[in-house]
Design a protein around this ligand. Structure first.
Ligand SMILES: NC(=O)c1ccc[n+]([C@@H]2O[C@H](COP(=O)([O-])OP(=O)(O)OC[C@H]3O[C@@H](n4cnc5c(N)ncnc54)[C@H](OP(=O)(O)O)[C@@H]3O)[C@@H](O)[C@H]2O)c1
Length: 338
């Protein structure tokens, strides 16, 4: 019998080994419409059986609900899992599409205490700054995060959606284990500045939304008409209106590669992200999100697909043809500040 557990990769220089694919848990409480909590819990357990040991959440996902939802699973498997969570963002209750970003030291201290309490653990394995508040020097933010490491509240530090320059400045204050940024067949802007900086500094890349928030699987083709009213993807330009129709046509070459590998389009999208580790010579640990057991099986199986040079030739050209930005306000992500 072959071992169905996935391979491992290192999370930051000197950091722990984790399954080469992590699990994004955001959709279990936030952003992507109604959830079946029992199936989501079963998905967490199945993921662990398959060798997924790195679980990603954030305080803003469901305004603390996601951390609380995950807490029993984390406590039951504390020695087997690497818990990643994030601070920096809040959503005003009366303005659900707005984001308030804070990176100042007093806020960080308050946020970490709240996350530790909700998670019900003594220490967070990987603590990320979720978004950059440009009014606070990054050295000051990372200095406050480093204090949490010294106090034993946090083991490793991460940054999400920083530029290459911001990553270099941060690393002068404290080692950064991971950068979490959007990276997929549709979103390749980080390859210009962030990926080279991460490789040079020994930082692991944690690609989020590697399935293009589900669009690359073909599970929806138009957010306006197919997704529920509060679904976050309805705010993203590339999934709505004429952009969505144009982008759905870009799935055809992915399906052709998938057919040749007897795989799904989603698996090819994931295999492409995994393969960027050898293309760019750095550790890459994507965190596709799912709330369903069948999909965690499908997604982890994609770690075993090896794409040929011809496949990469077909797939590599897709991102340049995508219509619409990945966020409505691009200053919210690194590409808007590079
Ligand atoms: N740092 C940041 O700013 C940031 C931003 C976004 C996300 N994240 C993190 O990254 C994680 C992953 O990103 P994401 O969830 O936005 O996007 P994603 O992983 O690209 O896609 C998730 C979507 O794809 C669907 N899906 C998953 N596997 C599938 C399969 N095999 N077939 C068909 N559909 C499938 C999921 O639905 P089901 O759940 O129903 O299966 C969900 O709607 C999040 O959970 C979160 O932890 C971080």
């Amino acid at each position: 019998m072959t071992d169905s557990r996935i391979a491992k990769a290192q999370l930051g220089t000197g950091g722990p080994e984790v399954g080469v694919q992590g699990l994004g848990c955001m959709g279990m409480s936030f952003a992507y419409g109604p959830t079946d909590a029992d199936e989501a819990r079963a998905t967490l357990e199945r993921a662990l059986e398959l060798g997924v040991t790195h679980y990603d959440t954030a305080d803003v996902y469901g305004q603390g609900d996601n951390e609380e939802f995950l807490a029993p699973f984390f406590r039951a498997h504390r020695d087997e899992v690497v818990i990643a969570t994030k601070f920096a963002m809040t959503i005003p209750p009366d303005e659900p599409t707005k984001r308030i970003i804070r990176n100042d030291p007093p806020y960080i201290r308050q946020a970490v205490e709240a996350s530790l309490k909700r998670l019900g653990v003594e220490v967070i394995d990987l603590y990320y700054m979720h978004r950059r508040d440009v009014n606070v020097p990054i050295e000051e933010t990372v200095g406050a995060m480093a204090e949490l490491v010294r106090e034993g509240k946090v083991k490793q530090l991460g940054l999400s959606e920083v530029t290459g320059g911001e990553l270099r400045a941060a690393q002068t204050v404290h080692p950064i284990a991971a950068v979490q940024s959007e990276w997929s067949l549709f979103s390749r802007d980080i390859e210009a500045g962030v990926v080279p900086a991460a490789r040079e500094l020994g930082v692991t890349l944690v690609p989020y939304s590697p399935l293009g928030r589900g669009f690359l699987t073909g599970s929806f083709t138009n957010a306006d008409t197919e997704l529920t009213a509060g679904d976050f993807r309805r705010q993203q330009p590339r999934f709505t209106g004429d952009n969505a129709a144009a982008n759905a046509a870009l799935l055809e070459p992915i399906r052709a590669v998938a057919k040749a590998h007897d795989a799904s389009a989603g698996q090819i999208a994931l295999a492409w992200v995994h393969q960027q580790a050898s293309v760019h010579d750095l550790p890459v640990v994507p965190i596709p999100g799912t709330r369903r057991r069948t999909r965690i099986e499908e997604n982890t199986a994609a770690t075993r697909i090896v794409l040929s040079e011809d496949d990469l030739g077909v797939l590599d050209g897709i991102a340049a043809q995508v219509s619409g930005n990945r966020y409505a306000d691009m200053t919210f992500v690194s590409a808007g500040r590079e």
